[in-house]
Design a protein around this ligand. Structure first.
Ligand SMILES: NC(=O)c1ccc[n+]([C@@H]2O[C@H](COP(=O)([O-])OP(=O)(O)OC[C@H]3O[C@@H](n4cnc5c(N)ncnc54)[C@H](OP(=O)(O)O)[C@@H]3O)[C@@H](O)[C@H]2O)c1
Length: 321
């Protein structure tokens, strides 16, 4: 039986990844900083949870020992330069060392569209630059040719939708309480991908058997859905599908850049996770869509699901509640 060590398995995407792996017969170990966060996974067959600090290299080495595969879904969306560095760059570096030392065969790393491992510093935000540098560290290890090196797959999703997402659900909730929707980056384009398609891509990346296997060349895949929307269209769609104001939603007020930055700066001052940070706004300077230069989900035999029918099922359920 194949086994996999999943970092970030308690999160939005990680939960679905654990389900797909467990249901496909994999023995899954989820690493979490707080084991209690993994309670919702414990019903899955052959799944166990270990509480550990993934930034502790010795603990990480112990965790990956004896594992066939490792999946890394750990990320932060907001934070300081140091936090992005720790989570998106240093962690992949430690993971690469631990995987090589333990002889792990496969590593699937979930990154983000817009990250560029070749020229990480050309990206517009700390989030994307650090994602690119993390990818580059893993690629250097995978291509090093050293003994015991792992086969690497890097998935770069656009924004991910699905039941429980913090994206369409948040837009719908906001429109229930705000009279208008002041929106920064309204014309930024996205190619939303269904969370189940991303999770299925992780599984298929592990199970693929193609020419690239064993060649040392990493698989880099852009995980995007079939449709492109602007941020404004997504906000309007979330209202239509959840029935806010009879589906009409709130008027969207596209903010000029300076006002969008002021809004984000103020949001950063509020307690808790900001709805939008200055760094998030920086990410929106480039479109969140497939470049077309890399394989997509179809490379793994996955036909990306359209957003509207799926989002209407979970946003519509909110409406009836
Ligand atoms: N959601 C999207 O729309 C989207 C779009 C593009 C790319 N992605 C990528 O997809 C992956 C999964 O995203 P997600 O939305 O599922 O994220 P998520 O729900 O926030 O989950 C991230 C996980 O990482 C762990 N984590 C968070 N901060 C950490 C820290 N400082 N140190 C160590 N572990 C930490 C948490 O696990 P514990 O608390 O249990 O330790 C958490 O379960 C990420 O790589 C993300 O960049 C997501």
């Amino acid at each position: 039986m194949n086994n996999a060590f999943v970092l970030g398995g308690t999160g939005f995407v990680g939960t679905r990844v654990c389900e797909w792996l467990a249901n496909a017969g994999w023995q899954v170990t989820v690493a979490s900083r707080r084991g209690a966060r993994a309670g919702h996974l414990l019903h899955l067959p052959r799944l166990s949870v270990v509480e550990l600090d993934v930034h502790d290299e010795a603990a990480l080495a112990q965790g990956v020992a004896g594992q066939h595969a490792v999946v890394n879904l750990v990320a932060v969306l907001h934070g300081t330069q140091a936090a992005f560095e720790q989570v998106h760059v240093l962690l992949p570096q430690k993971l690469a060392r631990a995987c090589v030392a333990a002889g792990v065969s496969q590593l699937v790393h979930v990154s983000a569209i817009g990250a560029d491992a070749q020229q990480p510093d050309s990206a517009p935000s700390m989030y994307l630059r650090s994602k690119g540098r993390g990818e580059a560290a893993l690629m250097r290890a995978a291509e090093s040719g050293q003994r015991g090196v792992f086969e690497l797959a890097v998935l770069r999703p656009s924004v991910i939708f699905g039941a429980g997402d913090k994206f369409l659900n948040v837009f719908a909730q906001l429109q229930k309480v705000l009279p208008i929707m002041p929106l920064a980056g309204a014309d930024a384009r996205f190619q939303p991908v269904w969370v189940e398609d991303v999770a299925s891509a992780v599984l298929r990346s592990l199970e693929r058997a193609d020419g690239a296997r064993g060649s040392g060349a990493p698989l880099i895949l852009e995980a995007c859905g079939p449709d492109v929307f602007t941020l404004r269209q997504l906000v309007q769609l979330s209202a239509r599908l959840s029935g806010v104001r009879g589906g009409r939603g709130r008027p969207v007020l596209a903010l000029p850049r300076w006002l969008g930055r002021l809004q984000a700066a103020l949001m950063e001052l509020a307690p808790g996770e900001p709805l939008m940070s200055l760094d998030n706004l920086d990410s929106l300077q480039i479109d969140n869509v497939a470049s077309g230069k890399l394989p997509g989900l179809s490379y793994l035999g996955i036909e990306g699901a359209s957003l509207v029918p799926i989002a209407s099922s979970y946003l519509g359920a909110n409406r009836s509640r």
